[in-house]
Design a protein around this ligand. Structure first.
Ligand code: PGA
Length: 250
């Protein structure tokens, strides 16, 4: 019922030319693959090129971030209207690197999620605990608070396209993947929270991705967990053969 979603987060890597070179190698490797949805998040200057190069394929592309307002005097920002205008249909919200280095807050995640819904962009909302929070036994509380804050004042019927990404901060870019059991436990917490703060139908239909050092050799054991509906992949999505291997997990 929940179609698996394998998403690549390219972070601050790949110029337009490098992005096209990636796609020229990658697209033939996944031709005809229908089991999973495939999504790429290039950096903003490569987004238009990736959207163009993937038009008519099964691969979608989205933005790594956006402002919540339509326009205004906000130097350096991109609005949902601008993303929609270039045919972008997806947006990453609240990635831990935005939270950690650029002051992203739960309040702004909520504003961005509302804006994404308003502009018909599919939102992928990231949540996850830091190592110190996990070691202090606060993981469940942190996840519940982040998810509840993201969804504040949003009616359940508006969450049709919502995607959540559980990304434990200690696993991002560190090579320390959460074990399938640790990830599954967090996903179950998030699904319970969705049932409580929205309703059971939302919990049932919302895809929850795992992210944090997902690699071709560990994706299958993660995807085998019933509550894990996909992966958000950083480093291993930068190389065509490696991202194709992730898409073809078995
Ligand atoms: P990683 O990044 O796969 O390189 O750990 C994941 C992410 O930040 O989304």
């Amino acid at each position: 019922m929940r179609k698996p979603l394998i998403a690549g987060n390219w972070k601050m890597f790949k110029t337009p030319a490098e992005s096209i070179a990636f796609l020229n190698e990658f697209l033939p490797l996944i031709t005809g693959h229908e089991r999973d949805e495939v999504l790429l998040f290039p950096t903003i200057t490569s987004l238009a090129a990736v959207l163009q190069a993937t038009a008519g394929t099964t691969v979608h592309a989205g933005a790594q971030n956006m402002h919540w307002l339509d326009e205004g005097p906000y130097t350096g920002e991109t609005s949902p209207v601008m993303l929609a205008a270039i045919g972008c249909g997806h947006v990453l919200i609240g990635h831990s690197e935005q939270r950690l280095y650029f002051g992203e807050t739960d309040e702004r995640v909520n504003l961005k999620l509302k804006a994404a819904i308003h502009h018909n962009l599919t939102p992928i909302v990231c949540v996850g605990e830091h190592l110190a929070q996990r070691e202090a036994g606060h993981t469940e509380t942190v996840l519940r608070i982040q998810l509840r804050a993201a969804l504040r004042d949003i009616s359940s019927h508006l969450t049709q396209n919502l995607v959540i990404a559980y990304e434990p901060v200690w696993a991002i870019g560190t090579g320390k993947t959460a074990t399938p059991e640790i990830a599954a436990e967090a996903h179950t917490i998030l699904r319970h929270e969705l049932a409580q703060c929205c309703d059971p139908a939302v919990a049932q239909r919302t895809r929850i991705l795992y992210g944090g050092s997902v690699k071709p050799d560990n994706i299958a054991s993660l995807m085998a967990q019933p509550d894990i509906d996909g992966a958000l992949v950083g480093g291993a999505s930068l190389i065509p053969a490696s991202f194709a291997a992730l898409v073809h997990y078995s």
